[in-house]
Design a protein around this ligand. Structure first.
Ligand code: ZN
Length: 471
């Protein structure tokens, strides 16, 4: 099914995304014998970036032999259904955990695309009549059939003369670094960090040691920061205790995959240590509950990326009084909860989802609290709340903010600068070049400088669509 294309005489690496931004991860490895795409993410956030989702893909999708996926987050996987819609028929290589999570993440993303198109049609503001979704649930289902699940630590031939090896990245379930080995006149390895997790993840082991590589492509989301974990956890605990004492409800807008699990584990520990009361904890997000099931199964099965010590400990995600709101009725019933209680609901930046209903109901009462547990991007309601807005607009009306708002940014599942440098230091020999991607410009520049200063490696921050030789 591959279209004839000019073969490159030397292996090349081309940056099709995640340059100057944390979304749209897409990297092309072009060799004399094959063309491989590493990650196939959706652009999110600012409009000029989002418009790239709608531009023709920089290379013909039919010319790509295989895709390698580091993890299931939409900014790494969410363009896959569009690539398949554009004619890509090769295999998508990913770990089993990534495949399991993609089974919920990709159809959900397609659902949102369809909703957006439907909304544009109803409001009549699309240039195209009728507005079409970027892709449909059917496209998502189809590309899921192209997945090939791979074990950690084994080299798999993914295309002629190209092998991939996944190693745990400790970021979310199934997340991996991907070493792409190109055999030819000389053998060269290009290593992709994907998103790197943190040493202190409560479920996942820390990222595996960086293997030897000729080139490394490393993320820099928090390349200019140091997480203050102890301080953050104390703020989380204090906010819960204060709100419980005044009989209020704590609303936690949370990213559906991984963050919800991390929050529940922290809550359980705080309850067990007697630091916060054993309150009803509602999880109200269909996607978060689907992901929770996948995490429970993965913990039960154990495996290379999972920490030890979870066997035989009941449901580790139940802080004591866990209530899973599966139906719309169950979600509505939470409105009757008088408190004290905790509600965990998506989305994490309050840009949509069921959490909007809870915020609209709970924000006007000063007994309540909203705890923001992740990065809040510019232009989102989460950011407005973090910045101290007195009222926010949601569901078509203005809502007064009288509840306490507490930001706990260090619940992040991204490594900070020290952790990234620590991972890079683990390699047996320095690479020729470290390419710094997946960061806002200041973060990427800070990590670039730190790599040159502290490791004395050659580092570069590639531009969008830039191409380099990797022979
Ligand atoms: Zn990620």
């Amino acid at each position: 099914m591959t279209t004839p294309r000019p073969r490159t005489p030397v292996p090349l690496l081309r940056f099709l995304g995640a340059t100057g931004t944390v979304t749209g991860s897409r990297f092309l490895v072009d060799t004399p014998r094959a063309r491989v795409l590493v990650d196939c993410g959706l652009y999110q956030g600012l409009k000029p970036l989002r418009l790239r989702n709608w531009s023709p893909f920089p290379v013909e999708p039919t010319s790509i032999d295989a895709v390698v996926l580091t993890h299931a987050h939409v900014d790494h996987s969410g363009y896959l259904p569009a690539l398949a819609r554009g004619g890509f028929r090769g295999s998508v290589f990913a770990t089993g955990g990534t495949l399991d999570l993609c089974r919920i993440v990709l159809p959900d993303s397609a659902h949102l695309q369809e909703e957006d198109a439907g909304y544009a049609n109803r409001k009549g503001f699309s240039k195209h009549v009728p507005a079409l979704p970027l892709y449909t649930q059917r496209d998502a289902e189809r590309v899921l059939e192209q997945f090939v699940a791979c074990a950690f630590g084994h080299a798999v031939e993914i295309a002629p003369g190209v092998h991939a090896t996944f190693r745990p990245a400790g970021h979310i379930l199934g997340s991996a670094t991907a070493a792409i080995e190109i055999t030819g006149a000389a053998t060269r390895t290009v290593l992709f960090s994907g998103d790197l997790g943190r040493r202190g993840h409560p479920i996942l082991k820390p990222p595996a040691r960086m293997p030897a590589a000729d080139f490394v492509v490393v993320e820099s989301t928090y390349g200019d920061r140091r997480h203050e974990d102890v301080e953050s956890l104390r703020r989380f605990e204090d906010a819960l205790a204060r709100t419980a004492a005044r009989g209020g409800v704590v609303v936690i807008p949370s990213f559906a995959v991984d963050r919800t699990e991390v929050i529940l584990l922290h809550l359980r520990r705080l309850v067990r240590e007697g630091r916060v009361p054993n309150l009803p904890v509602y999880v109200d997000s269909p996607m978060a509950l689907a992901a929770l099931e996948i995490y429970r199964r993965a913990l039960g099965a154990g495996g290379e990326e999972i920490r030890e010590g979870f066997a035989g400990d009941g449901d580790v995600f139940d802080p004591g009084r866990l209530i899973e709101a599966r139906s719309v009725e169950a979600s509505m019933a939470i409105n009757e909860e008088r408190g004290p209680a905790v509600i965990v609901s998506a989305s994490g930046m309050a840009s949509g989802g069921r959490v909007l209903h809870h915020l609209a109901r709970r924000l006007p009462d000063e007994r309540n609290a909203v705890v923001l547990v992740g990065f809040q991007a510019e232009g989102t309601r989460g950011r407005s709340l973090a910045d101290g807005a007195r009222e926010v607009k949601m569901l078509g009306r203005y809502v007064s903010v009288r509840a306490e708002v507490v930001a706990v940014p260090a619940f992040s599942v991204h490594a900070d600068q020290d952790e990234i440098l620590g991972w890079l230091r683990g390699t047996p020999r320095p690479p020729q070049t470290a390419f710094v991607v997946h960061g806002e410009p200041a973060a990427a520049a800070a990590l670039h400088d730190a790599i040159e200063r502290e490791l004395r490696w050659t580092a570069a921050v590639p531009r969008y669509l830039e191409q380099v030789r990797v022979d």
